[in-house]
Design a protein around this ligand. Sequence first.
Ligand code: NAD
Length: 351
Amino acid sequence: MKIAVLPGDGIGKEIIAETLKVLGRLGLKFEFEEAPVGGAGYAASGHPLPQETLALAKQADAILFGAVGDPKYDNLESAKRPEQAILGLRKALELFANLRPAQVYEELADASSLRAEVVAGLDILIVRELTGDIYFGEPKGIRAHASGGREGFDTMRYSEAEIRRIARVAFEAARKRSRKVCSVDKANVLETSRLWREVVTQEAKQFGDIALSHMYVDNCAMQLVRNPKQFDVIVTGNLFGDILSDEASMLTGSIGMLPSASLDANNKGLYEPIHGSAPDIAGKGIANPLATILSAALMLRHSLNQGAAAQRLEGAVKKTLRDGFRTADIYTAGKRKVSTAEMASAVAERL
Ligand code: NAD
């Protein structure tokens, strides 16, 4: 099992190092190969996604990714900024399906900014389309405006085929859960969303056992904090999914708890925590490594066909939380406050 390891920037390096330590305890044969990406890629070769890094990602069975982003490079032209690396990898590897589970561990219900009874037992899966929409649509740019000054513009765009394939991923995922899918769009205003709703509805006819509902994105943003447990699988486009999945992350208490998988049509994938490089805490040894460790569990399950190992790893994370270990972001009084390395060691011991 060859894994491309791309730590990236900021806390990316710390959480990936700890995750490799934990994976090493599983007793499986991995071949890890590391390469620079993001700001580290730019520093090494003048591009956030160096050719060698992309080649490694293409060859590997799966990619374990930390985070990219470094304030030092905030003024670079857009194509050279660290964040371009992740967009480049998604595009080059056709990673069109982003799975973002948001689960509230019983032990962390108090860490949520919502009342514990609103979130306790929450288990939702956001399926976000990842390679289309306004992030990739052309034309885009900043140009002179007829009335003087400048204007910025982007293009929201989805083809029927793109909508159909992400809808299918969501329906199939729902079959392994409670068979409920809510498709989120803005069909009252956007043409792109009107097509989205039409195609998702058509595709649902192939999945007679799935209950499909539709919701406008503004309402969904509200419902996620009002009564999040009404949802099971949410399927949505790139822009709406970006925002809703960050919102959903806070239901769980910390962005430091949430893993993600980005898959191609053959289940090859890139696995990363949903958070960024957190420059405010980088180098302090206090970042929560659990989102990355749980991303490694998704990797075992979806790309490496090691479902039993994935379950062991998730079980060890649960036990670690039950035993009271907490990094600063999920700390509540009476628990044991630990560093990044201590948290990972606690998980490794429980394996
Ligand atoms: P961020 O997710 O890095 O941080 C947001 C807040 O959450 C910060 O206060 C941070 O300290 C905290 N946080 C994040 N991860 C944590 C963890 N594991 N443990 C404890 N606390 C954690 O988002 P941001 O500050 O908006 O962005 C910082 C940089 O990361 C930017 O350059 C941004 O572009 C980049 N970014 C990258 C990705 C990615 O690599 N996929 C995703 C989002 C943001």
